[in-house]
Design a protein around this ligand. Structure first.
Ligand SMILES: NC(=O)c1ccc[n+]([C@@H]2O[C@H](COP(=O)([O-])OP(=O)(O)OC[C@H]3O[C@@H](n4cnc5c(N)ncnc54)[C@H](OP(=O)(O)O)[C@@H]3O)[C@@H](O)[C@H]2O)c1
Length: 316
């Protein structure tokens, strides 16, 4: 059986995407087959497309990219317990299990969660990767407690828009760093203080924070560490692997801890985030939904920067 997908034959520019036919996936006992309605463009999708992660992610070309997917379960393996045919689900598939830009995808049931009733199934495709990253950061790696001072750098992008809302929900005093045009959005999402990165360098502030989440590439962990209170934690999601040995060493000798992590493909984390969305505490921020046939433009848009929240993909 075949299906349609946006494919790439080789790594390269956004114009490598083409609509083609490929094999429809089959499922193992513990997997579900999803008819995909929605996906998204993450910075990591653009890095995979360019071949930057070739040494970590072995894609068989032609390949379908897309680390997020939302849709409907159309088949469930024998040992699947959590889902049945007809359920609306979404998942972050991880950088080795791309496939959100195809008509169907098979994934282990453990990756998926049910989509909250108050989310459109196509729009839900923007949530998993970034939402889970923010949720995991503030509940597992640097648990945020009532009254803590939390700083979010890159606060109106994919991860940041969830991070503001989750930190506020957890009772923190939130400072958001974003560009001037998005100051109002950061406030609407719940930020108590907003710093415009074009006119003020957050690294020169005298304030000190319990938790810092940096969503911006290129700011070294040492600079972020200097913004922490004693005993504070900084979360690194956009760091360079070359920093890892220095982070380990620094953590040995300091009460200020730097925590690098890569978001897990864990449906139970997505379920907990879904509860916050269902209750109205967290809302996805969507800049624009592109049709999957406009995937090249969608990737260009993310690479250009200036996106508010997320770019979604409608697989239609
Ligand atoms: N480790 C993990 O598990 C994980 C998970 C998700 C994402 N990531 C990585 O984390 C990073 C953020 O992801 P994302 O999806 O949130 O990306 P994003 O949507 O591009 O957001 C990044 C934000 O940073 C802002 N920004 C750029 N320069 C800035 C500066 N100098 N000061 C303050 N803000 C600045 C951008 O604002 P403007 O564009 O408006 O200027 C944008 O809103 C990416 O590098 C991504 O690959 C890692």
């Amino acid at each position: 059986m075949s299906m349609k997908a946006m494919l790439i034959k080789k790594y390269g520019n956004p114009d490598e995407f083409y609509l083609g036919n490929t094999n429809k996936p089959t499922i193992k006992e513990d997997e579900i087959l999803i008819k995909v309605y929605g996906s998204s463009v993450n910075p990591v999708d653009t890095s995979i497309r360019k071949g930057y992660l070739k040494s970590f992610v072995r894609l068989k070309l032609p390949a379908i990219l897309g680390v997020d997917a939302s849709g409907e379960v159309v088949e469930a393996g024998k040992s699947v317990r959590k889902f049945k045919v007809g359920d609306k689900v979404y998942a972050f598939m991880g950088i080795s299990n791309n496939g959100g830009y195809g008509e169907f995808i098979s994934i282990p049931e453990t990756f998926a969660a049910k989509i909250p009733d108050n989310l459109d199934v196509t729009e839900a495709g923007v949530v998993p990767g970034v939402g889970m990253t923010a949720y995991e950061a503030f509940t597992i790696h640097a648990p945020v407690k009532i009254g803590m001072k939390v700083l979010i750098i890159g606060a109106t992008g994919g991860v940041g828009t969830y991070a503001i809302q989750i930190a506020k929900y957890l009772g923190a005093e939130v400072t958001a760093v974003c560009r001037s045009e998005k100051v109002n959005l950061a406030r609407l999402l719940g930020a108590d203080y907003v710093v415009d990165y074009k006119s003020q360098n957050i690294l020169s502030t005298k304030e000190r924070y319990d938790v810092v989440l940096n969503c911006v590439r290129g700011i070294g962990f040492g600079k972020i560490k200097s913004l922490l209170k004693s005993g504070g934690k900084s979360i690194v999601i956009a760091g360079s692997p070359l920093e890892l040995p220095f982070i380990k060493l620094s953590n040995l000798f300091s009460s200020k801890k730097t925590i690098p992590f890569f978001v897990k493909t864990d449906g139970t984390i997505l379920e907990r985030l879904s509860q916050l969305i269902q209750a109205g505490h967290v809302k996805p921020v969507i800049d624009k939904i592109y049709s999957w046939k406009e995937l090249s433009e969608a990737h260009i848009c993310v690479e250009r920067g200036g996106v508010t929240g997320k770019i979604g993909i409608s697989v239609d």
